[in-house]
Ligand binder design. Sequence first.
Ligand code: PDD
Length: 278
Amino acid sequence: MTVYLNGEFLPLAEAKISPLDRGFLFGDGVYEVIPVYSRRPFRLDEHLARLQNTLDGIRLANPLSPEGWRAVLARLVAEAESDDQSVLLQVTRGADSKRDHAFPRGVPPTVFAFSSPLVTPGEVVRAAGISAISVPDPRWKRCDLKVISLLANVLARQQAVDAGCVETILLRDGLLSEGAASNIFVVHDGVLLAPPKDWRMLPGVTYDVVLELAARHGMPYQVRDIAESEVRSADELWMTSSTKEVLPIVTLDGQPVGSGRPGPAAAQMYAWYAAFRD
Ligand code: PDD
């Protein structure tokens, strides 16, 4: 497997990062996950814009121009084996021997990218739907940034797995924020509800696609705060992300969501999504 590291394309086994890297020591860095269908990156401009926004948010200069990132992706995508891929981009604040929390001076960032096969849920999982649990959102107040310090998300996702579920829905002050690694949509009385893009959640690229598709096809939707009670009484719940696409949640904390089976709105949205990205 060929990976990109600090300006070079090289075999994975030759890619070396210092143990003093601030990504390793402090989780001081950012990332993006970009889905690639039939060797075409999906919504690349939007992912690169979010990367820029996250870099601005942590005060780290973007090491590459959009054209530079495009060139990195083009080569990784061309050299990978499968047609559908998931490309990870990661930038950290570099390696510095002082281990001072404050930013180091004059240290180049570490820039890493690699492609792996895209594993999406598939027909059987989508037809069955998945189970989720809910927990109070334990994260900080910049959940809009796609940073690599993911421990709270890691623990939340593991809690779901330990409970035999796929996703954990995070609730803050009685409101829905998002999933451990996804955005969450609610269908209530024929209306699609989405929480607003603020500090409580990552502004998902898939989230934007879903709302665009709802607008285009005339599915009624509202972007507004969603109360926990509305999550619990939903007709449908969906999780969305670049790798899960649009996936219905059929049980929450052991209770059925709506009919307890994937709903018609989820199937409709997935069909629009699949047609749109191809
Ligand atoms: N995660 N919220 C969180 C916390 C996420 O980690 C993700 C995606 C999303 C959905 O964003 P998008 O639609 O742009 O993929 C929402 C990626 C896939 C990951 O960390 O692997």
